[in-house]
Design a binder for this molecule. Structure first.
Ligand SMILES: NC(=O)c1ccc[n+]([C@@H]2O[C@H](COP(=O)([O-])OP(=O)(O)OC[C@H]3O[C@@H](n4cnc5c(N)ncnc54)[C@H](O)[C@@H]3O)[C@@H](O)[C@H]2O)c1
Length: 886
């Protein structure tokens, strides 16, 4: 009789206790080998060896390619043991030889395929192109690293295949393994260990210990040196393993029991379906977790199907497993035979109709052996225990159903969800059913088919996690995220600021991808811009007012053949539906480029359209910070108001009805490609709109300067912008046709846009967004009204910046304190507004006084407020400012 030892730390050794046990051939009940019986001490030695090997890094530290080379040697050694493995597996487990001979081939294939995938395709390290955190810029990547010591605990039905399923992915992903085969079938795993040793897999990387599950399981699942457990077996033991593993919070994957439904639709090919039901149930004596042990048959074909199935079951040859003509061999053990007999008795008691089988079988020429006839229960009710509990033997329940929906409901009426099948000649129908069943695998017109790259695992109480495929490889890794800050300066870290008194950002990045063309006649550059962007089909987006002023027509004439249409249905303060409607038109017209002609409302809508046109979906999908990973549909912006700046900013402001407020898309990738500042486009802007939009730009500039994110580039542009507005606004108000002054306002607006893209804005914007969304106050007017009040509110937090603002507003600050100069800046803003006829109070623009409280609460929650130089958290303070402005 052959003698097998434990495999620990690269050596075959006796058990510490010296104990051995016998492994029995279930086809003859004769012992075939003695095996060293591991106990707690051996498990501890094996874990220590695996731990040491992992920590040393001889295996875990190799590159996946180097590991692949070793795994290929391992596969070759398995090939050399192929015949021995197959024969031993057959005798040890009762698998018919026709099946056992595939075991080594499948193992070799798995080793080779998954190691190749790990070396060439697995995402070991990945950049995350967007982080979703706008406040902490930097490089983001994730690494997948080996977990450590992995325990594999495997069952007796497919000992060799299960050993490969546990050892292969663990090793391929850089881990070390302690494998515990079932005590009734320990041999093939120990032969695989020989192959690993012969291949030169480093000592301690593979360890195999055979012995009693209870004792070994306890130590393997609770030992702090173990990082992961992969178990295949019954749901009852799986629950226990999960409980044990919880004491040290190990990662656990479980492949557990099943009671899978094999659904035969009324249009199934009868012969194929009968064969599928027989193979799905009786293959390997039904000792397979994903077996289709509930055959659900349409009432339309029930009688015919049952007859054929009975005949086919009765034609199966039951014989010694080494006999190549046997279709079925013995059950694995006396105990399993007793379980099956118990369930058959129960089925009869429950009232199911036994139509064939239900008895042990004697094989001619053999004394003993655990042979059992293929057994069919008909007219089974799904509530019966034989339909709900896993039997793990050649016993099938046939259940009648009337409709497809009923079949799916019966299939899902189970604590399990591991496998299942559908037989039908109508694939659309079969797929519909397959989608409806809550289970880890569904086969259509087939059963028991596995593949190295296809994941296997269970829903519900059939398990946790997946084996095989990329999903299976992921289970053997840890995920590590690495964030590397873009700016390493304590004064520039927005999150650290939460716990520091330093409220200014020093470091910054300046990103200005928009090509700006400015000046009289700049419009003619449009056609070249379109060609440079590689486009041919431009859609003009505009609003009714702008269209009426003839500006869209001007653009259309210039675009000539490049124009596929004009869409002018954009209202002021656009919402998400505005974007979706414009995108629908752009899709219809197959536009490959957007030309926006209008103020902030049009340009922001266009930004949204460029995103949805490129990425599909709706505006609501991308309403967020930093969600875009690629350049968007090309966008050329032609601003027509005096202040939006949106033509160069990274923001689109869109009203969300769901959220009841203005929300933002913030992303560098939505900055327009080209901005054309042609003063002709603002000549028709009515005086009140000129004034209020100019005050929007003024607010951008002042708030960017005083924001916690301001820096020298931002401040330079902001100051120049404020100076230009102060010098030119009154000129434009006096003479709307003053082209030079108009152009200066446009340039001021663009510079203010750049400034706020660097530094963001502040409380005045938060307050203006709120009254804009809730009471339709034009954005610029709202900004202007609250701006001087907010400047005063911020005075002790931004006196230096506001004093500079005073100077460019023409205030003589000589002899003034910084604080007084800052207050004088606010006065100067008010004076300018009065001079140009800007509305001075919220009551004048239709805000009801009783709503100021609600407005204050909304304003505090606006993103812009985060960057205000004076921290804002008290709605009462905001209410006071609203009240002052009322
Ligand atoms: N994304 C950004 O960077 C940014 C910046 C500022 C404002 N905004 C947003 O933009 C919107 C406000 O934009 P806006 O202030 O530019 O106004 P707007 O786009 O809403 O236009 C206001 C009105 O002016 C009319 N108009 C515009 N140009 C004209 C012209 N040349 N001749 C005649 N009529 C003309 C329009 O028809 C419209 O009725 C708000 O929703 C605001 O939140 C966004």
């Amino acid at each position: 009789m052959e003698q097998y030892k434990l495999f620990i730390d690269g050596e075959f050794v006796d058990a510490a206790s010296g104990k051995t046990f016998e492994s029995v051939d279930p086809g003859t009940e004769a012992p075939i080998a003695t095996v060293a019986q591991a106990g707690k001490a051996d498990a501890e030695t094996a874990i220590a060896a695996a731990r040491k090997a992992f920590d040393k890094g001889d295996w875990s530290g190799l590159t996946p390619t180097a590991r692949m080379a070793k795994i290929q040697d391992f596969a070759d050694q398995v090939a050399q043991q192929g015949l021995r493995l197959a024969a031993t597996e057959c005798m040890d487990s009762g698998q018919i030889i026709g099946l056992a001979k595939f075991g080594p081939l499948l193992g070799i294939g798995l080793l080779r395929n998954l190691s190749l995938a790990a070396a060439t395709k697995f995402p070991w390290e990945e950049e995350i192109p967007v982080s979703g955190n706008a406040f902490a810029p930097g490089r983001e990547f994730i690494r997948r690293e080996p977990i450590g010591v992995c325990v594999g605990i495997i069952p007796w039905n497919f000992p060799m295949t299960m050993a490969f399923w546990k050892i292969a992915p663990a090793l391929i992903m850089g881990n070390t393994v302690v494998l515990k085969p079932a005590s009734v079938t320990p041999l093939s795993a120990l032969i695989i260990a020989e192959a690993a040793k012969a291949a030169g897999i480093p000592n301690g990387v593979v360890n195999v210990i055979a012995g009693p599950g209870g004792e070994l399981g306890e130590i393997l699942c609770t030992h702090p040196g173990v990082d992961k457990i992969a178990f295949t077996g019954s749901t009852a033991v799986g629950r226990e393993i999960m409980r044990l593993a919880s004491s040290t919070v190990k990662k656990v994957t479980l492949e557990l029991g099943g009671k899978s439904a094999n659904i035969i639709l009324d249009d199934a090919d009868m012969d194929l379906a009968v064969e599928g039901a027989i193979f799905g149930t009786f293959f390997h004596q039904g000792q397979i977790c994903e077996s289709g042990t509930r055959v659900l048959v349409s009432s339309k074909i029930y009688d015919e199907f049952l007859n054929k199935m009975k005949k086919r079951a009765e034609s199966l040859r039951i014989g010694y497993q080494m006999d190549p003509t046997s279709h079925m061999g013995p059950l694995v053990s006396k105990q399993q035979l007793a379980t099956v007999e118990g369930y058959v008795k129960l089925g009869k008691e429950e009232g199911a109709e036994l139509i064939t089988g239900g008895n042990r079988v004697e094989v001619i020429g053999i004394r003993g052996g655990y042979y059992y006839a293929p057994t069919i229960f008909a007219n089974v009710n799904n509530k019966m225990r034989i339909a709900q509990e896993e039997i793990f033997g050649p016993v099938v329940c046939v259940i009648k159903y009337d409709s497809e929906e009923e079949a799916i409901a019966i299939a899902n009426d189970s604590i399990y969800g591991l496998g299942g099948g559908v037989f039908s000649t109508n694939l659309a129908r079969a797929e519909r059913v397959a989608r409806g069943v809550r289970t880890g695998t569904m086969w259509i017109n087939n059963y028991h088919v596995f593949a190295d790259y296809c994941p296997f695992g269970g829903y519900k109480q059939s398990g946790v996690g997946r084996e095989l495929g990329f999903e299976g490889l992921h289970e053997y890794t840890q995920v590590k995220r690495i964030h590397s800050a873009a700016i390493a300066d304590h004064k520039s870290n927005m999150t650290f600021q939460l716990m520091s008194d330093y409220k200014k950002i020093d470091g910054f990045s300046y990103n200005c991808p928009t090509n700006v063309v400015a000046g009289h006649g700049a419009l003619v550059s449009l056609s070249k811009a379109i060609v440079d962007l590689g486009c041919r089909r431009a859609l003009i987006l505009t609003d009714p007012g702008v269209n009426k002023a003839g500006l869209a027509q001007l653009v259309k004439n210039t675009l000539a053949d490049f124009c596929v249409g004009v869409y002018d249905k954009i209202p002021s303060d656009p919402d998400l539906e505005t974007v979706d409607a414009a995108t629908a038109t752009a899709r219809e017209l197959k536009a490959d480029c957007i030309v926006s002609v209008g103020g902030g409302s049009v340009i922001d809508t266009a930004k949204g359209v460029c995103v949805t046109l490129k990425n599909g979906g709706k505006a609501n999908d991308i309403l967020n910070f930093l969600v875009l990973t690629e350049p968007q549909t090309p966008h050329i912006a032609i601003p027509t108001t005096a202040g939006t700046g949106s033509e160069v900013t990274n923001v689109a402001v869109l009203t969300s009805k769901g959220a009841g407020r203005k929300l933002f898309i913030v992303d560098t990738r939505i900055m327009p490609n080209v901005a054309i500042l042609d003063p002709r486009f603002t000549m028709s802007l009515p005086k009140d709109m000129t004034v209020s939009t100019a005050m929007d730009a003024m607010t951008h500039a002042i708030e960017a300067m005083t924001s916690t994110m301001s820096n020298k580039i931002c401040d330079g542009m902001a100051l120049q912008s404020i100076r230009l507005i102060n010098e030119n606004l009154a000129l434009v108000v006096a003479d709307g046709n003053n082209e030079k002054a108009r152009l200066n306002l446009q340039i001021a607006a663009t510079m203010a846009g750049w400034a706020f893209t660097i530094a963001q804005v502040g409380l005045a914007h938060g307050m203006a967004h709120t009254v804009g969304a809730l009471h339709h106050v034009p954005h610029g007017a709202a900004c202007g009204i609250v701006l001087p009040k907010v400047m005063r509110y911020n005075v002790d937090h931004a006196a230096d910046k506001l004093a500079q603002v005073a100077q460019v507003l023409g205030v003589s600050t000589t002899g003034m304190t910084e604080r007084d100069a800052a207050l004088a800046a606010a006065d100067a803003v008010e004076a300018l507004m009065e001079k140009v006829g800007h509305p001075m109070r919220l009551r004048d623009v239709g805000v009801p006084e009783e709503n100021l409280v609600i407005c204050a609460f909304h304003a505090i929650a606006d993103t812009a407020v985060l960057f205000n130089s004076r921290p804002v958290s008290d709605p009462n303070e905001v209410l006071q400012i609203y009240t002052q402005a009322y």
